[in-house]
Design a binder for this molecule. Structure first.
Ligand SMILES: Nc1nc2c(ncn2[C@@H]2O[C@H](COP(=O)(O)OP(=O)(O)OP(=O)(O)O)[C@@H](O)[C@H]2O)c(=O)[nH]1
Length: 532
């Protein structure tokens, strides 16, 4: 076996995803803590009350209590190298989440024990189905009152079509959590809270005698229910899991680290290792082929101490070695990788080599955009990451003409990162680009970052469009003359987009002018599929 193949086999690259507030940041910290990557929970994200990152624009995250940025964490566990790519939870940033999911081999879906399936949970399950990403489900916050576990399983099955196969089963109802029956290992463990939740949870194995004596009815019920699960055949099936037909389920509480160690073990034992990836033509690039990687995220100014632009690359094949000169597939230009880093919350470390599944941060990668391929040797290009159909539009102008240079530089930068889609038309001119967003909160990020990072205060005028479809030059001629419509060119790829006030306007124009080219983009806010 080549080194790239054997190194790939011990990689686990995954994302933690959930509806906002289900505990994604808490879980990310807890996983890294268990794997001893960080010494105290709270070092990853800088949300209210926690120690951590302090970049300017993360003030906004703190004020709102949500995560907008993603951190890429790398840690060792049981001889395996974990790459945990964190995603924003809010639906307005689902385009970013979609890009991150292009880089992982597996997803951990958190459910809030009390809330079960929430709107963003559904959408994320749908995205995973679309991308064929196997999902491990973790029912979180079992330390608080919540739903019946069997009801939760039914809900998962009904609403996602995935067969839930519990790995662990809770002892005690939500809010009265003692421990779990480990169905795969055939044993039971008791969890004991540790002060502050900042260290590993204490886990003790319970014998049947101890369990029955100490936990009484809760113990009996947990075993009765696991018998029931066995009777209905809710057993893990690796093939079905990898084919996105079933989902292993665990119960726990990230805040107290209950069940977190078991999740790490499940990731080692069940989550798929990086596999060879197909390129745009569907030809698979073997893991031991020369280096190739996919840029899935670009982020600038993550940290005031390092005002630079980092492209996050997922290694798809071969060995990455810092200093190697790669080819940027989009332009055919060489790309030197002198500054390669792993980015761990605020911490950065130089990375000298990496293998399939690893995430490498390339510093000052001004030419790279999300979806780009880098390679060595035989050329390859991976399928592009589709852009979502924007549903919110606004014209941006610099508040002061003296700042127009900064304004344009800032807009170009944010466009390159994929923070927002930038659309232009000759009619409006370069000083009045149209910003197109999947969710309105993206506008706030743009406004905030332009002001704090580029010194350009902007005025945003919302436009009444709600729908964007791809068109061509010929149809554009007709569409430009229509009321309630406009044709704009997307800066990122020069695609011509026709925007409309609504479906009805679009349909009536279509009826009046037969044969117009109008193709749907991927539907926004997390649901791939056709737009109207
Ligand atoms: N009781 C309890 N609370 C939890 C648990 N996990 C997380 N929380 C709390 O739930 C709230 C939300 O947790 P976060 O980790 O910030 O959630 P998130 O999903 O990252 O939220 P976004 O960043 O908005 O996506 C916080 O107040 C946590 O302390 C848990 O297991 N039990």
């Amino acid at each position: 076996m080549s080194t790239a193949t054997s190194e790939a086999a011990r990689r686990r690259t995954f994302a933690v995803i959930s509806h906002p507030d289900a505990g994604k940041s808490t879980m990310t910290e807890a996983l890294a803590l268990h794997a001893s990557a960080i010494t105290q929970a709270g070092a990853v994200h800088g949300k209210a009350g926690r120690r951590g990152v302090t970049s300017d624009w993360m003030e906004m995250e703190r004020a709102r209590g949500i995560s907008i940025t993603s951190a890429a964490l790398r840690f060792d566990y049981r001889g395996h190298m974990f790459n945990l790519v964190d995603t924003p939870g809010h639906a307005d940033f689902s385009e970013d989440t979609y890009r991150v999911l292009a880089a992982v081999d597996c997803a951990v879906m958190l459910l809030d024990a009390a809330k079960g399936m929430e709107p963003q949970t559904m959408k994320l399950f749908e995205v995973c189905r679309h991308r064929r990403i196997p999902v491990i489900t973790f029912v979180n916050k079992w330390d608080r009152p919540g739903q019946e576990p069997l009801e939760l399983l039914d809900e998962i099955e009904e609403r996602t079509g995935l067969r839930p196969t519990p790995v662990t089963w809770p002892i005690g109802v939500a809010g009265n959590f003692h421990g779990v029956v480990d169905r795969m290992e055939g044993r039971a463990v008791r969890y004991t809270r540790t002060p502050g939740g900042a260290t590993k949870a204490l886990e003790t194995e319970l014998t049947p005698e101890q369990g029955a004596a100490e936990l009484g009815a809760d113990w009996t019920r947990a075993w009765e229910e696991t018998d029931l699960l066995a009777a209905i055949g809710a057993e893990h099936d690796q093939k079905a899991f990898e084919a996105h037909e079933s989902t292993p389920v665990l119960f726990g509480a990230a805040l107290s680290n209950f069940g977190v160690a078991r999740l790490l073990d499940v990731l080692v034992d069940l989550a798929p290792a990086p596999a060879p990836r197909p390129d745009v033509e569907g030809t698979v690039r073997p893991l031991d082929a020369p280096f190739s990687g996919l840029v899935f995220k670009v982020q600038a100014n993550m940290d005031p101490a390092h005002r630079d632009r980092i492209a996050f690359v997922r290694v798809c094949s071969g060995r990455f070695e810092r200093g190697m000169v790669l080819t940027h597939a989009a332009t055919g230009r060489p790309f030197a990788t002198k500054y390669a880093q792993s980015v761990f919350g605020q911490e950065r470390a130089t990375i000298d080599e990496a293998y399939p599944g690893d995430v490498v941060g390339l510093v000052n990668a001004t030419a790279l955009r999300p979806g780009d391929t880098l390679y060595e040797g035989k050329p390859v290009e991976f399928p592009p990451i589709p852009s979502f159909a924007p549903e919110h539009f606004a014209v941006a102008r610099s508040r002061s003409t003296a700042k127009s240079k900064q304004f344009r530089r800032g807009i170009d930068q944010l466009d390159g990162e994929g923070v927002i889609q930038v659309l232009r038309s000759d009619l409006r001119g370069d000083q009045a680009p149209v910003l197109a967003a999947v969710g309105p909160m993206q506008f706030e990020v743009v406004q905030h970052r332009l002001a704090t990072e580029f010194g350009a205060e902007i005025i945003l005028d919302r436009l009444e469009y709600t729908l964007a479809l791809r068109t061509d030059a010929e149809s554009a001629e007709v569409l430009r003359r229509q009321r309630g419509a406009e044709v704009l060119s997307r800066s990122r790829d020069q695609a011509l987009l026709a925007v409309f006030t609504d479906q009805w306007r679009m349909r009536s124009i279509q009826r009046e002018h037969e044969g117009l080219t109008l193709e749907p983009l991927i539907a926004g806010r997390g649901i791939p599929g056709a737009t109207g």
